[in-house]
Design a protein around this ligand. Structure first.
Ligand SMILES: [Zn+2]
Length: 428
């Protein structure tokens, strides 16, 4: 397949204008070369696909149902009861809605944190979509009845979810967070998952940090270190409440931090210090997290927020658009164990997004101080024309060749879920 476009985001973090042709063959980019652009996509800019390094597909059906809460009430009063209320069909619809939204916003890869039950259904939907993914089942043996699982059952469920993975969907281990896992569960996960991709939530909200086990360990990152969970294959979402020395611990162990800026603001948790993490040598990726703590799954919108917030943590942030594009593409892909993913370069996997700015936007992008930042600050869901993963078109001009349409009775499905979760209230 040959894609002709007006410009490309180059591996050195710059935008190159003047007409290009990308040749794609067997899932890879065979060449990227200057060429007069013609055809339907001639006014587009080719960008490596965005990688969501932390997302909960099962929560998309709960969007807007957990407002104005801090982390623990958000989980205890809303998210956990709603996850416990899921059945296979509502889990499938939630994944479908997520994937349609993600593909239309230029996402080509993701790490899904799963839920305790029905994650095999999500894996099926991921495989059906054709997206590149790491999939997990959430591991919790502490927490609310109806959601937390007994250790033997969690092992069996893990085996079922892993067995469903294949193709572009690989497995990742996802113990939920310090407060929802016993030491026996951490021991089992550390033993089974060494050298593999694994993810959890860490150092998110102030109230979580007061938990005696985290206090005793000297911080959440140290808590995870003591349980054998840090390493190059580990991704820690949030890293807002880091204690002295913990950034250095992330860097020395090769552990990645996943910045979820909307979640951290909506739940009132704080602002992760991305400039300091980068200076300490920590790999940073980004995620939209669950729909109900962001109300969007648009990673470019998260990047726009992250770029602004970074200037609050360090004035000025010193992080150009090229840093953020790398964080959301190549760095995230490396964190997830994918090689040759995240650049528009010969021999790399063809995970490509075509964005079409208006002519006025494009003239301003080109003549601004930081064209890559300006490109990332566009409203991607209305500018993405095509999303390709591994050489296969998964989204084009509003069509999804691999996915069915969402059901028409979403409101009814959401009301039913809320009733089953015991939080019917205003939705009945
Ligand atoms: Zn999360």
């Amino acid at each position: 397949m040959r894609i002709e476009c007006r410009a490309v985001a180059a591996p050195d973090g710059t935008l190159r204008d003047g007409g290009f042709a990308l040749e794609v063959e067997d899932g890879r980019i065979r060449s990227v070369s200057p060429a007069a652009a013609g055809g339907e996509m001639a006014r587009c800019v080719a960008v490596p696909g965005l990688v969501q390094a932390h997302v909960h597909l099962c929560q998309t059906l709960f969007r807007g149902m957990a407002e104005d809460r801090t982390l623990l009430p958000w989980l205890e009063e809303r998210i956990w009861p709603l996850e416990a209320a899921h059945d296979a069909e509502t889990t499938r619809i939630s994944a479908l809605l997520s994937l349609r939204e993600l593909l239309a916003a230029g996402c080509t890869g993701l790490m899904d944190m799963g839920s305790v039950r029905h994650s095999a259904v999500t894996v099926e939907m991921l495989r059906e979509s054709g997206i590149r993914a790491r999939a997990a089942n959430s591991l919790m043996d502490r927490g609310p009845e109806g959601l937390a699982g007994e250790p033997g059952w969690l092992r069996e469920e893990t085996a079922r979810v892993r067995a469903g993975c294949g193709g572009l969907v690989g497995y990742a281990w996802a113990p939920r967070f310090a407060l929802s896992c016993s030491d026996a569960l951490w021991e089992w996960v550390a033993r089974e998952s060494a050298g593999q991709v694994r993810a959890t939530h860490s150092s998110e909200a102030p109230e979580e940090m007061e938990h005696p086990a985290i206090e005793e360990a000297g911080g959440n990152v140290r808590f995870l270190q003591q349980r054998g969970f840090l390493g190059p294959g580990t991704l820690l979402a949030h890293c807002v409440q880091l204690r002295a020395g913990e950034k250095e611990l992330l860097a020395s162990t090769g552990t990645s931090a996943v910045h979820c800026p909307w979640t951290n603001l909506r739940l009132g948790s704080g602002i992760a210090d991305v400039p300091a993490l980068d200076s300490a040598g920590v790999r940073v990726a980004l995620g939209s997290d669950g729909a109900p703590c962001n109300n969007g799954l648009d990673l470019a919108a998260d990047l726009r927020l992250a770029m602004a917030l970074a200037s609050v943590r360090r004035r000025p942030s010193g992080l150009p658009g090229g840093f953020w594009l790398r964080a959301a593409t190549e760095s995230a892909a490396q964190a997830l164990g994918w090689t040759g993913v995240g650049r528009l370069q010969e021999g790399w996997r063809a995970d490509v997004v075509l964005l079409e700015p208006t002519e006025a936007e494009w003239q301003q992008i080109l003549t601004g101080e930081d064209p890559v930042r300006a490109l990332l600050e566009l409203h991607w869901p209305s500018r993405v024309r095509m999303t390709m993963v591994d050489g296969r078109v998964l989204y084009r001009d509003g069509d999804y060749p691999t996915l069915p349409a969402p059901p028409k009775d979403l409101a009814q499905m959401r009301r039913k879920l809320a009733r089953r979760a015991g939080i019917g209230g205003g939705w009945d």
